[in-house]
Design a protein around this ligand. Sequence first.
Ligand code: ATP
Length: 313
Amino acid sequence: MVLAVVPPPVTVRVPAKVNLHLAVGDVRPDGYHDLVTIFQALSLVDEVTVAVADEPGVEVHGEGADQVPTGASNLAWRAVRLLAAHVGKDPDDPKVRVVIRKAIPVAGGMAGGSADAAATLVGLSSLWRLEISRDELAELAGKLGADVPFALYGATALGTGRGERIVPVLGRHQFHWVLAFDRRGLSTPDVFDELDRLRAEGDPPRVGPVEAVLEGLSSGDPRQLALLLGNDLQAAAVSLRPNLRRTLRAGVDAGALAGIVSGSGPTTAFLCEDGDTAVRVAAELAGAGVCRTVRVAHGPVPGARVITTEEPK
Ligand code: ATP
């Protein structure tokens, strides 16, 4: 008798991102915007476990789990189906269970759903023992969403196109951040629509050249980088959530070098001089009553990677 060997479950850790620079072009006829952005992967991570299972599906636990769909629209499940089809498995019956433990805020502008999709691609490549390069996975990742390829690579990177074309930015320096989570999420399309509306009415501020930010990064000096952080979506996010103005002020008053809205918001990210300062800023911000919760993080950190392959019981 031949027994089929069931491979052990695979757990992948995947980082959130913050955009140190986010330049948004004018809306194109197809409704999209061209972006020039610098992503940094932070030590705020989701963990995604994939396992062979007779009862396929997605389970979500942790931060904001009740706001995450567990059906076909979950980005991790879309990743399962896409990779299954790509390697000749049945996407309607992939015999996989995905368990997501979230720490990245949902609809927070930190690309948590994209991170889970990237983690699922990496986890399944290991579970199914696929000979597939990161670049090939990145091709697939780009079909799932503009932020998914970056979550595969992590570290610091320049993103163009819709953000899916990634070039690594080299550098050895660590930066220290405080993240303030808002009480509710913000829809990314709503924030882009609001930016289009603000631009039709007036002239909201635009970020400067990306080259200056790249220089600031390579200096390793958080004071220099702090002066260069910028996000074209910030005006739109603040317009939809005026309370963010108060949060941004409170972080700087607490001792951060600078604060920005992360991506489409509403999470705000504060760059600090060092790790000790970040802990102090986080404590003060938590007491200021301007946000739901705060986290300390550092970056850059690596992209999605396998942390355990559990032995079968
Ligand atoms: P981005 O910064 O990439 O625009 P975001 O961080 O603002 O995204 P996400 O947390 O990725 O937002 O979630 C956006 C929406 O996607 C949520 O409202 C949720 O309904 C849906 N979603 C689907 N799959 C997931 C997932 N695995 N985790 C979180 N949200 C998911």
